[in-house]
Design a protein around this ligand. Structure first.
Ligand code: AMP
Length: 128
């Protein structure tokens, strides 16, 4: 069940600060506080959806359109066009990365790889 005390719900309510990039009626994007690469941003709906499946199943057409409009404008705003990664974690025991904030968010990663990014990739590939 959705918990309104999660950190992204607090960002949406303006209770804690964030480095916002784009905001519309239905969605907002901001920089990840712990970036894995040069440009690491999060795009979230304003509605109470726990993960991507919850959002895809239950969000209205207007919410989904608003989310994707925010995604596109965010990509434009940070200068992303052809080379990027997008992922969404779901659940505490997801195979690659665990979800730590239970409000649906897309990770959008672009720009230069950092040591943090390279170390994560090495771990995933089991390279010592
Ligand atoms: P996940 O593990 O997919 O749930 O990702 C949650 C992401 O939220 C992580 O990459 C965190 O670094 C990021 N995060 C947590 N708190 C904040 C915050 N206050 N502002 C921006 N990003 C945050």
């Amino acid at each position: 069940m959705y918990d309104s005390n999660n950190v992204f719900a607090k960002i949406i309510r303006g209770e804690i600060p964030s480095k916002k990039i784009v905001e519309n009626e239905y969605a907002v994007s901001f920089y990840d506080v712990n970036p894995m690469c040069e440009k690491h941003v999060l795009v979230i709906p304003k509605g109470k959806y726990e993960n991507i499946l919850d959002f895809a199943r239950h969000a209205s057409a207007a919410e989904q359109a608003g989310f994707w409009d925010c995604f596109v404008k965010t990509a434009d705003a940070i200068g992303v066009n052809a080379e990027f990664n997008v992922f969404a974690n779901a659940g505490l025991s997801a195979p690659l990365f665990n979800q730590s904030v239970f409000h649906f968010h897309l990770h959008l990663l672009a720009g230069e790889k950092t040591d943090a990014c390279i170390n994560i990739m090495k771990e995933m590939l089991c390279i010592k």
